[in-house]
Design a protein around this ligand. Structure first.
Ligand code: ADP
Ligand code: MG
Length: 419
């Protein structure tokens, strides 16, 4: 290892940045509470969390635009405390591009180099190379107001990479772009990062964006890190109900475990799982847990003992799969995705592979019993939309007539009316 690392890491990788016990308050409110993490050299790391959780503040402290109340920010083993922002070899790309409208693209990108009195020839080389990297080879003469949002974002990135920083900080850089442009830029940014060999520290509140681009994701809530891991770790093994709910759609319900590899849902159904009891749990008593099941992990079949039996409450076509809400007999509403539709009102039995059941400790982050959070609301809006027979963008509400009704479905439709 090239320098002294202060944070433990069993992978033996080199930490270009180490942040330890970072705290920051604004007007007496703590917005960062003992933030501790490291950034590996050349990785694409993302701070992910809802608005106000402290992502930008963390980034601004790394950049040197903000000072922490306490804590350490080390860059290649050296404390950055007394290093001013412009001496940090770190550049930032903001959501609002902060470009100069009265300068053309070339001069916008060249601006920092001119101030540093880099010679003209080198400026030309470096600016042209940066513009090439962001796909704007022939745009040097254009003025900023002649560019699309996506092109402005590229200029902002070119302006940052022309300085050849060791680290690029990107604060919601794609936030102002429309969805299609954002998707394209996500892929390009990731390619750029590989090509340039620069460490990217990315901030977003968009979980899908984080999952698509990152090597490592740091999930934050209220100034506290909830989990650090690869996108796959975080998706498949969320540490608590907050992370599970924030990263993709989940069913999170209360359960208990008396022994290894077996969880009893609140409704009394026993499912096999791959998790042993947590070390602090006592065998033989009903230890409280949260159970996470992703909507895509359900098998939808006939009612049977040992399955979650319930009635299909709503059905929405999502392009590749159908999304349903199934209300089980104990009143819990389950979000279920399946490639085959089940008619509204029909009875189904849900089950899950042991591998696909995730067990978490109960905590203050546990949701209300049987809820699946904000996503639940969205699904309800969809079923309202169904009633109104209005279609929202990209989602087609399924007409009941589209589904071959079997007798079963008709019977339960009767039941539904009685409800
Ligand atoms: P995020 O980027 O995750 O949306 P921020 O780091 O910008 O969150 O902000 C975290 C909290 O700190 C928010 O409640 C925000 O209002 C507050 N905050 C950020 N910057 C300042 C500031 N300069 N003065 C006062 N409060 C601030
Ligand atoms: Mg922010």
């Amino acid at each position: 290892m090239a320098y002294n690392q202060i944070l433990p890491d069993d992978t033996g990788s080199e930490h270009i940045i180490e942040i330890k016990d970072l705290c920051k308050s604004f007007d007496g409110t703590k917005v960062l509470k003992n933030i501790t993490f490291y950034i590996r050299n050349n990785e694409f790391i993302t701070l992910l969390g809802p608005s106000g959780c402290g992502k930008s503040t963390t980034l601004r402290i790394i950049a040197g635009f903000e000072t922490a109340d306490s804590g350490i920010v080390n860059f290649e083993g050296k404390d950055l405390k007394s290093v001013p922002a412009n001496k940090r070899n770190i550049n930032t790309v903001f959501q609002r591009y902060a470009l100069f409208p009265h300068l053309n693209v070339f001069d916008n990108v060249a601006f920092g180099l001119k101030i540093k009195k880099v010679n003209k020839k080198e400026i030309e080389q470096r600016v042209n190379k940066a513009l090439e990297t962001v796909g704007l080879d022939n745009y040097g003469e254009r003025y900023i107001d002649q560019l699309s949002g996506g092109q402005m974002q590229r200029v902002a990135i070119a302006r940052a990479i022309v300085n050849r920083p060791r680290i690029l900080l990107l604060d919601e850089p794609l936030g102002a772009l429309d969805l299609k442009m954002r998707k394209e830029m996500q892929i390009e940014l990731k390619e750029m990062q590989r090509e340039l060999g620069i460490t990217f520290v990315y901030v977003t509140h968009d979980q899908e964006e984080a999952l698509t681009m990152s090597d490592t994701i740091i999930v934050m809530k209220d100034g506290i890190i909830q989990q650090i891991g690869t996108p796959i770790d975080i998706y498949n093994e969320p540490k608590n109900a907050y992370v599970a709910d924030f990263i993709g759609e989940s069913n999170i319900v209360a359960g208990t475990m008396k022994k290894d590899n077996e969880v009893v849902l609140s409704s009394g159904i026993t499912f096999k799982c791959v998790d042993p009891l947590f070390p602090e749990f006592t065998e033989g008593i009903a230890n409280l847990v949260d159970v996470v099941i992703r909507p895509e992990d359900f098998y939808v079949d006939e009612e049977a003992e040992g399955r979650i039996n319930g009635t299909v409450e709503s059905l929405v076509f999502k392009g590749v799969h159908y999304e349903m809400i199934v209300k089980s007999d104990d009143g819990i509403e389950w979000l279920v995705q399946n490639v085959d539709p089940s008619a509204v009102g029909s009875r189904v039995g849900l089950y899950v592979d042991p591998d696909d059941i995730q067990i978490m400790r109960r905590s203050e982050l546990s949701p209300e019993f049987g809820s699946f959070g904000i996503k639940h609301q969205a699904a309800e809006e969809n079923s309202e939309a169904k009633e109104a027979k209005s279609n929202s963008i990209g989602e087609n509400v399924v007409e009941e007539a589209d589904i071959k009704k079997d007798e079963d479905a008709e019977e339960s439709a009767e039941v539904e009316k009685e409800d």
